[in-house]
Design a protein around this ligand. Structure first.
Ligand code: ADP
Length: 653
């Protein structure tokens, strides 16, 4: 779970990062559209990149017409003397970072200029200008021809992160567009209109998708892409075992049902398997004759870009198609690439979210299974324990065959160990019932005072044994009615009071108090002068099976009492808490809202229990029907009832 949450956070950060990048992009594109000259445009692009990478100074060099020399382009933050020295140098396989990147048409990362052999002839120049690392990226046109290089420099040796590589390549991509349009390959007038269009299109897609997430995001993305690019079809697909499953499919005037189709022999195969953009300007059916979908829809042109996961593997594609030849493929490709990275972040976020939910469900299922197992086990253990304790008691009660003293002592030991075990089993059973949501709470209006009175009176014996005094701070003279399950409430109070005695010092004291709180709740408090709880243990006190006392062997307990108490109190709508200082003592309390009722409901008259009833020999005989699946238990009850001759047992098993 922790891993998944961490992954989810990374995805969220990634998405925020992607959004930050697009945020800045708005401005860059606007600048590109309005810049007068190529130099100014490139300078603005550098400003954008310098705002994204910490401590960077960038340079853009332009390829001359012969395709052999690099010329000064733009480098607003680098020293003029350095830029002048670079102007007009011949590219080659070992010529610094830029000369090599332009020559090989690939990114060249030099994390330490001083030691890198590519810089052997030029390092003096770089180091004298405090330049110690640089990562040069070729700038290419849409056909892949090198137009120049973009190079971030740093004054410390440094290698780039994934994000920094992406940001650099993205800026180089935009520089490529700028050079093509502003550098004279296309007339300036036309380029300005194109940039304005590009800016307008990006803006409308960004606005249309910015607030969406999940399915809404995918739908609004494909819709806005189709609309802005003037394409009839647009879809976002997920790639799974040789087929593409669309997550949203826009078809001219409406969303179509999502489809699942085989990628073999289709342009999508190129996109997802070769992980590259696929641009077909027209007559696509001739190139992919096996693709029946293209025929059915009458598709002529196609542009698809891959969607990559964080490890760089493609998991889908973003595609636009039309039944006419492509009108403006350059802006479409930029737009699609930009939005593919937004879609990647969103889809990965969704995937992680799904995985997180699945893992949560699995963990909950496992926890339910564990609780059910514990509940069953505890039940199975309790049945034989009852037999053990019952027969032990019978042996002790048998006046006709009295036990010898040492036998009585041994039997006492069996009884005491058995009771301890039974207690533990009952507590585990309680806890597992609460955890599996099967705990039966019988909520009624109850008076807190007699419950506490009763617990105090039964605790006197153990308090005396431990030489601990126990008393009320002030004897309660009124009733405090609360809504609770009286048995569970008594269990909680008993646990708190017996802890205050168990974890107390000899001659220590326990003081029980009632306090009406400002918020209308009643607080039952139990203050002791015992060993207290250290700050470190405070955090764990309500966790099951945590025990902290040094001399635990000597103090009976299971470490479950407080965990159960907390669960019960909360199930009954109350709150439990404590204050404690190690070595000084503790104050445990439970708070309950005071009930609106001012008296207890009339109690049904109860049958007297077997213990309470005094049955005379001449009373009418009564019958007890006992249905049981364990023969030993029937035997036990039969022997107990032998002491009650007026009761006739009928057993069924
Ligand atoms: P148990 O008493 O069976 O061990 P509990 O869940 O009631 O289990 O308590 C857990 C642990 O918290 C105890 O083992 C003890 O170390 C500590 N503790 C509980 N109540 C007190 C108290 N009043 N003073 C000091 N320590 C306490």
């Amino acid at each position: 779970m922790k891993d998944l949450e961490a992954q989810l956070n990374i995805e969220i950060q990634k998405r925020q990062k992607a959004e930050q990048m697009f945020g800045g992009l708005d401005n860059v594109l606007k600048m590109l559209a309005m810049g007068d000259s190529l130099k100014e445009t490139l300078e603005k692009l550098i400003e954008y990149l310098e705002s994204k990478l910490q401590g960077v100074r960038c340079s853009i060099l332009l390829m001359d017409n012969s395709g052999q020399y690099l010329l000064k382009g733009a480098a607003p933050s680098l020293p003029k003397s350095y830029c002048d020295a670079l102007d007009g140098f011949l590219i080659g396989p070992n010529v610094g970072s830029c000369g090599t990147a332009a020559y090989k048409n690939e990114m060249v990362i030099v994390d330490d200029i001083e030691t890198n052999p590519l810089w052997a002839d030029f390092k003096g120049l770089a180091l004298s200008h405090d330049l110690k690392a640089c990562w040069s990226t070729p700038i290419v046109n849409i056909q892949g021809k090198v137009l120049g290089t973009l190079c971030p420099y740093f004054s410390e040796p440094r290698s780039p992160s994934e994000d920094e590589i992406q940001a650099t390549q993205f800026a180089a991509y935009l520089a490529g567009i700028a050079i093509q349009f502003k550098g004279g390959e296309v007339a300036l007038k036309e380029s300005e209109t194109r940039y304005e269009n590009l800016f307008g299109q990006l803006k409308s897609i960004m606005e249309g998708t910015s607030s969406e997430t999940g399915e809404e995001f995918v739908r609004s993305l494909v819709y806005n892409l189709a609309l802005s690019l003037g394409m009839k079809y647009s879809f976002l697909g997920q790639f799974k075992s040789e087929s593409i499953q669309t997550l949203a499919l826009w078809a001219g005037d409406k969303f179509e049902e999502n489809i699942d189709y085989d990628v073999v022999g289709t342009p999508c195969e190129v996109v997802v398997k070769e992980q590259k953009n696929c641009l077909i300007l027209q007559d696509i059916q001739k190139e992919f004759p096996e693709d029946q979908l293209l025929v059915d829809l009458g598709i002529q042109c196609y542009l698809g870009v891959p969607l990559l996961d964080s490890s760089g593997n493609s998991f889908g594609n973003l595609v636009v198609m039309d039944d006419k030849p492509f009108a403006d493929n350059i802006t479409a490709e930029i737009i699609l690439t930009i939005f593919a990275s937004r879609a990647e972040a969103e889809i990965e976020r969704r995937k992680t979210e799904m995985e997180r939910l699945e893992a949560k469900e699995l963990a909950e299922k496992a926890s339910r299974a564990k609780s059910e197992f514990l509940a069953r086990m505890s039940h199975e253990l309790r049945t034989p324990m009852n037999s053990i304790l019952g027969f032990t008691q019978l042996l002790a009660l048998d006046n006709e065959n009295p036990l010898l003293d040492y036998q009585k002592e041994n039997l006492d030991r069996v009884s005491s160990a058995g009771n301890h075990l039974l207690n533990l089993i009952s507590e585990v059973l309680d806890l597992s019932k609460i955890e599996s949501g099967k705990s039966d709470i019988d909520m009624r209006t109850v008076d807190l005072v007699p419950i506490v009175d009763n617990v105090i009176s039964i605790s006197h014996a153990i308090a005396e044994q431990n030489s601990v005094s126990i008393k009320y701070e002030k004897i309660p003279e009124v009733s405090y009615f609360v809504e609770a399950d009286s048995l569970r409430l008594k269990q909680v109070v008993l646990n708190l009071i017996s802890n205050s005695i168990k974890y107390n010092f000899t001659k220590g004291s326990v003081v029980v108090s009632f306090e009406k709180l400002m918020n209308g709740n009643i607080r039952l408090g139990i203050r002791d002068t015992g060993c207290g709880i250290s700050d470190e243990n405070k955090k764990k006190i309500f966790k099951p099976f945590e025990r902290f006392h040094e001399d635990l062997e000597a103090i009976e307990g299971t470490g479950i009492g407080l965990a159960i108490s907390k669960q019960f109190v909360e199930l009954m709508g109350g709150a439990i808490g404590f204050e404690s200082a190690a070595g000084e003592g503790s104050f445990f309390y439970v708070d309950f809202p005071i009930s609106d009722k001012t008296s207890l409901p009339v109690q049904e008259e109860k049958e007297p229990s077997i213990n309470q009833s005094r049955i005379s020999e001449n009373q009418i005989k009564k019958k007890v029907l006992y249905v049981e699946d364990v023969p030993a238990n029937v035997d036990l009850v039969r022997q107990i009832l032998n002491y009650r001759p007026n009761i006739e047992l009928q057993a069924k098993y």
